[in-house]
Design a protein around this ligand. Structure first.
Ligand code: ADP
Ligand code: MG
Length: 684
C-alpha cells in the first residue's frame, strides 16, 4: 500500500540528494523518520525581555532598533557586530563567520533576536543569535523545537523540512494504538501527538503529546522484553534430577527455611530440573538468607555430578563464604575450594588443575574465576552474589566455561520491581521479602554531627557494656584536606586513643593486605575487637551476629541503598540492634533521606524513595543494559508512566502473546521496529 510516509526524504522541498545523505546520519531516510524524529527540547522564544532586564547566560528574545552595523576581520576570523537599543539600554550582538548578515539588515531596522546573554567587561553582549525582522515570524516568537544535529544540518534546516512536510502534503498517520487503550489513558491521537511534538500551538500540547508517546514507548519496550524472555528459554540446558539427599542437607540446618526461602528454592529446583537453562535473579533484602538458598542449589548441582561456581565481589566475602560452605557441607564428601588473587602461585595452579580434573565440586572465588585459565570439567551451576558489582559481561564469561550451565544471580540491592522488569528483562525474578523469624527491626537514628561525641560516649558505651560489638563506617580511608569527611584512620585513632582507651578498636580498609584484613575480621568475629572502624569494604555480606550497633559517619555521602546495605550488618542476632547515622549537611534533601532511613527497614521501599528524590544517580551507574534506545521516555524520570505501561503490557501479553489480534497488529509492528535496531530478530 502506498503511503506518503515511506517516501524518500530527498524529495521533500528543500532537501535534495546531498542534504538527504546528511540526514541519513541522523537516521532519517523517509518522511516518516523525519516526523518521528522528535526534538530534544523546546525553547520558549515567546519570552522577550527589555535590554536592562537581561541576565548573564540566559537564553532569551530581545526586540530593538539597529544603531550600528560593523564588520571586521581579525586574523582569519570574520566578526559582525550589530548594536541594538530599546527604551532601556543598548546591547551588542556578535556573530562569528556570518558576513552575510551585514548585508541583510540596515541601520534603523527593528529586529527580534534570540540568543544567549554574555556579560563581557560589564557590558551586555548576545552570542549564538538568530535574528529576524520584528514581525510575527514563523520561527521566532513561538515555542521552538531543538533537534539533534549533525554536520551540515542545522536546526533551522530541520524545522524547515518538517514544516514543508506538514505544509505540502496531507500527512495522515494511521493510528496504531487500540481505541480501548487510548480511551483508558486519555492518550491523544497519533497525528495530534506528532504535529505537536514539532510545532505546538501552546505548551500544554507538548505535554499531552509527550504523555502519549512516552506511554507507548514504554509499553512497546516492555512487550518486546516479554517476548525476548519467552524466547530465551528455548536453549537446551541441563536437566538436574531431584535427590532425596538434598532434603538431608536441609534437615541438618540449625533452623527451618522461611516460607519465602522455601518458595524461592522450589522455583530454583524447578528451573534446574527443567530442560531450559535457568536464568534467575534472587532479590532479597540484606539478611533475608540468600546464602543458604544458594548452598542448597549448589548441593543439588553436586548431587547430580556437576560442579558449581560461586562468585562474590570481595575477598573478605569469599573467605567468609568459604567457611560457611565448609560448615554447611560438613561430614559430606563435597569438595570445596576457594580461588582469589592472593593465593600463592603453587596453590593456584593446584586448584586450577583439580578444577579441570573434576576433583573440586564447588569453587568459591572473586572475579579471579572468570580468568581465561580457569577451566571446569563439568560446570553445572553458576551463582554470582551481589550482582550489581559485576557487569552483565562478567556473568556470562563465567557461564561460558560450561555447556549451558544454569545461572543464578543474587542481589541485595533491591531494585524497584518496576525497573527490575526492564533492567533484568531477561531474567526470571524470585524475591525473598521476609526475614528469618526473631529478627527485631533495626532502630535507626539520624544524628547531627555536633552531637557526635555524645553519641559515642552514650550509645557505643551502652552496647559495649551489654557485651555487644560495634561497627563504625567512614567514607574515606585517609584524611582529606579537601573534604571535611571523617576518615577511617582518623576516627580509629580518635576512638582508640581518646574515647575508648580501655577497649580494643580495630581498623579495616581496602588498602590493607588481604592477610591483615582477614586477621582483623577474625578478631572481630571472635570478639577480640570491640569496635571495628571500617570503610565500605564491609558493605556486603559480612556476618557477625554479636554486632548490634552500626555507626555511619558522614551518612549524607552514601546512597540510601548503600546505607541500607551497611545497616544490614547488624540485626543478625536475636538482640535488638541499632544504627546511628551521623550527618553533616543541612540541606533539605539530606534531611528527607535521613528520615527515610529512620522510618523504613524495607530495602524495596527505600530504593523506590531514593529514586524519587535523587533520580538514578550512582544507583545503576551508566551501565549498558543492551536495551533499545528510547526516544522520549526516561526509565527513571517516568516511573509512574512506566508502571501504567507495564500493567497494560502484562495484560496485553497474557491475552495475546504474539500480538496477532486485530486490535494489536499496529502495536506488533511498532514493537518489532523498536527491537529491530538491537538484534534484528525479535520474533513475536
Ligand atoms: P543475605 O541474604 O544478606 O546474604 P545471609 O544469607 O547472610 O543473608 O543470612 C543472614 C543470617 O541469617 C545468617 O546468619 C544465616 O545463617 C541466617 N539465616 C538464614 N536463613 C535463616 C532462617 N530461615 N532462620 C534463621 N536464620 C536464618
Ligand atoms: Mg549475602
Amino acid at each position: 500500500m502506498y503511503s506518503i510516509l515511506t517516501e524518500d526524504i530527498q524529495y521533500v522541498k528543500g532537501v535534495g540528494p546531498k542534504k538527504a545523505q546528511k540526514m541519513a546520519k541522523l537516521g532519517i531516510y523517509t518522511i516518516e523518520d523525519a516526523i518521528f524524529n522528535f526534538p530534544r527540547q523546546f525553547e520558549d522564544r515567546s519570552r522577550t525581555k527589555k535590554i536592562i532586564q537581561l541576565v548573564d547566560s540566559e537564553k532569551i528574545s530581545v526586540v530593538g532598533k539597529i544603531d550600528r552595523i560593523s564588520n571586521f576581520r581579525p586574523r582569519r576570523m570574520d566578526i559582525t557586530e550589530i548594536t541594538i537599543s530599546d527604551d532601556t539600554g543598548t546591547c551588542k550582538i556578535v556573530f562569528f563567520n556570518k558576513a552575510y548578515i551585514k548585508n541583510t539588515f540596515r541601520v534603523g531596522d527593528r529586529i527580534k533576536i534570540f540568543g544567549s546573554v554574555k556579560m563581557v567587561n560589564d557590558k551586555i553582549e548576545m552570542h549564538n543569535c538568530e535574528i529576524e525582522y520584528d514581525r510575527l515570524d514563523k520561527n521566532i516568537g513561538v515555542i521552538m523545537p531543538v533537534y539533534k544535529l549533525t554536520q551540515g544540518v542545522t536546526n533551522k534546516d530541520i524545522i524547515g523540512i518538517i514544516r514543508n512536510i506538514f505544509d505540502s502534503s496531507d500527512i495522515k498517520i494511521k493510528e496504531y494504538m487500540p481505541k480501548w487503550l487510548r480511551d483508558k489513558y486519555a492518550l491523544c491521537d497519533i497525528n495530534f501527538a506528532v504535529k505537536n511534538m514539532h510545532f505546538p500551538d501552546v505548551k500544554e500540547n507538548v505535554k499531552i503529546a509527550l504523555f502519549r508517546l512516552i506511554f507507548e514507548e514504554l509499553l512497546f519496550l516492555q512487550l518486546g522484553l516479554f517476548a525476548i524472555k519467552a524466547g530465551n528459554k528455548i536453549e537446551e540446558g541441563i536437566q538436574f534430577k531431584s535427590s532425596d539427599d538434598l532434603s538431608k542437607f536441609e534437615d541438618r540446618l540449625p533452623f527451618k527455611l522461611t516460607m519465602k526461602q522455601s518458595k524461592v528454592l522450589d522455583e530454583i529446583l524447578e528451573d534446574m530440573s527443567s530442560k531450559k537453562v535457568m536464568n534467575r535473579l534472587i532479590q532479597g533484602d540484606v539478611g533475608s538468607g540468600k546464602t543458604v538458598v544458594a548452598q542448597l542449589a549448589l548441593a543439588n548441582c553436586v548431587l547430580n555430578g556437576y560442579q558449581g561456581a560461586y562468585m562474590a565481589p570481595t575477598e573478605i566475602l569469599v573467605n567468609q563464604h568459604y567457611e560457611g560452605f565448609i560448615e554447611f557441607f560438613y561430614n559430606s564428601d563435597v569438595k570445596i575450594e576457594m580461588l582469589t588473587s592472593s593465593l600463592t602461585k603453587k596453590r593456584t595452579s593446584e586448584i586450577l588443575e583439580k578444577l579441570e580434573n573434576g576433583d573440586i565440586d564447588i569453587i568459591i572465588g572473586t572475579h579471579s574465576l572468570i580468568e581465561e585459565r580457569v577451566k571446569f570439567k563439568k560446570l553445572g551451576l553458576v551463582i554470582t552474589d551481589e550482582q550489581h558489582r559485576f557487569g552483565v559481561r562478567q556473568r556470562s564469561k563465567l557461564s561460558d566455561k560450561g555447556k549451558n550451565p544454569d545461572i543464578l544471580v543474587m542481589t541485595a540491592t533491591p531494585i524497584p520491581r518496576t525497573l527490575a522488569l526492564i533492567l533484568y528483562g531477561d531474567l526470571d525474578i524470585s524475591i525473598i521479602d521476609e526475614l528469618p523469624p526473631g529478627r527485631k527491626p533495626i532502630e535507626t537514628l539520624a544524628i547531627e554531627k555536633s552531637k557526635r561525641e555524645w553519641m559515642y560516649l552514650n550509645n557505643v558505651r551502652g552496647q559495649i557494656e551489654k557485651g555487644r560489638q560495634v561497627y563504625v563506617v567512614c567514607p574515606l580511608v585517609e584524611e582529606s584536606e579537601v573534604l571535611d569527611v571523617s576518615s577511617a584512620q582518623e576516627v580509629y585513632e580518635e576512638l582508640q586513643y581518646d574515647y575508648f582507651k580501655d577497649l580494643k578498636v580495630g581498623l579495616l580498609h581496602g588498602k590493607m593486605k588481604s592477610r591483615e584484613k582477614e586477621e582483623v575480621m577474625n578478631d572481630f568475629k571472635e570478639g577480640r575487637i570491640n569496635i571495628l572502624v571500617a570503610t565500605t569494604v564491609i558493605e556486603v555480606g559480612v556476618n557477625v551476629p554479636n554486632a548490634s550497633l552500626m555507626i555511619i559517619e558522614n551518612a549524607e555521602r552514601f546512597g540510601l541503598a548503600q546505607l541500607h546495605q551497611l545497616r544490614g550488618r547488624v540485626g543478625r542476632g536475636s538482640d535488638k540492634s541499632y544504627c546511628n547515622l551521623i550527618y553533616a549537611s543541612k540541606s533539605e534533601i539530606c534531611k528527607k533521606r535521613m528520615n527515610i532511613m529512620e522510618s523504613s527497614n524495607d530495602g524495596f521501599i527505600i530504593s523506590e524513595k531514593d529514586l524519587e528524590i535523587r533520580g538514578p544517580g550512582d544507583f545503576f551507574g551508566t551501565r549498558q543494559h543492551g536495551l533499545p534506545e528510547l526516544k522520549v521516555a526516561n526509565l527513571f524520570k517516568h516511573i509512574k508512566i512506566l508502571r501504567m505501561a507495564q500493567k497494560e503490557a502484562r495484560f496485553i501479553y497474557a491475552d495475546d502473546p504474539t500480538l496477532d489480534n486485530m486490535d494489536n497488529k499496529g502495536i506488533k509492528q511498532k514493537v518489532e521496529q523498536m527491537f529491530s535496531e538491537i538484534d534484528g530478530n525479535i520474533s513475536l
